[in-house]
Design a protein around this ligand. Sequence first.
Ligand code: PXL
Length: 276
Amino acid sequence: MNYPSRVMTIAGSAAGGSAGIQADLKTFQELDVYGMSVVTAIVGRHPETNKNVHPQTMEAIEAQFYTAIQQVGADGLKTGMLFTKEVIETVAGLIKDSEIKTIVVDPVMVGKMNSKLLENDAIHALKSKLIPLARMITPNIPEASVLLGDRPLHTLQDLEQAAVDLHALGSKYVLVKGGRLTGPAVDVLYDGETLTTFEAPRIDTVNTSGAGCTYSAAITAYLTKGKPVAEAVYLAKSFVTTAIEYGFSYTDIVGPTYHIAERKYGEAYPIIVKTI
Ligand code: PXL
């Protein structure tokens, strides 16, 4: 038997199961990679104290990382919610000393329900310590804007320029996700030479909690399995678009994407790829 590729997520635990570690592990399972997790913080709001983020210690973060590496080893890794400068520096140190080849950094800053998932003084560490270690970064529009010093981003041309400028931070590939523009959901990939766009139709739903986590987890899974970058992005966008198409909610709160959807129903829409 060929064992599956080993992929680790370093991210926050989202108690409702739609985002963070939970979305990542569901995605890894669907895409037949072996999933492991390092929990950086536990996200869940206490009804009396209203406290929403429960950070883990650096000791707990390192303990989880070393355990996963010793018990299993890792071929690929993605980061999600890191929350503090200290966590970013710790995680950057762990990655640097490891032999993990495929590193995807999803620069998570704010959740769908406006939970703050990154402290303000952490941005500099993210840019200078972690992003240079990445094979790919996957900012959405607000994240790309913050990484570019609060640059306004309103058009597809703005996103293309953002991808080119973010490349200078040292990640080999930059994927700026345009889901928050109006019209179709267009993402821009830049590899240092060529811009490529990936377009899916806009799906009329509010149930997209964890879509960004799911997308970057799928990219990490496909890259770690050895897919070329453009194909990995295509396949991951198809996976997340189908998961959004079949998203749902059990309550009146924004619901999850359906990670099983592509396996169960097949690809919902073809993705349109254009090289600029
Ligand atoms: O979807 C962004 C996100 C990432 N990570 C964690 C989250 C959320 C959104 O709520 O809770 C842990």
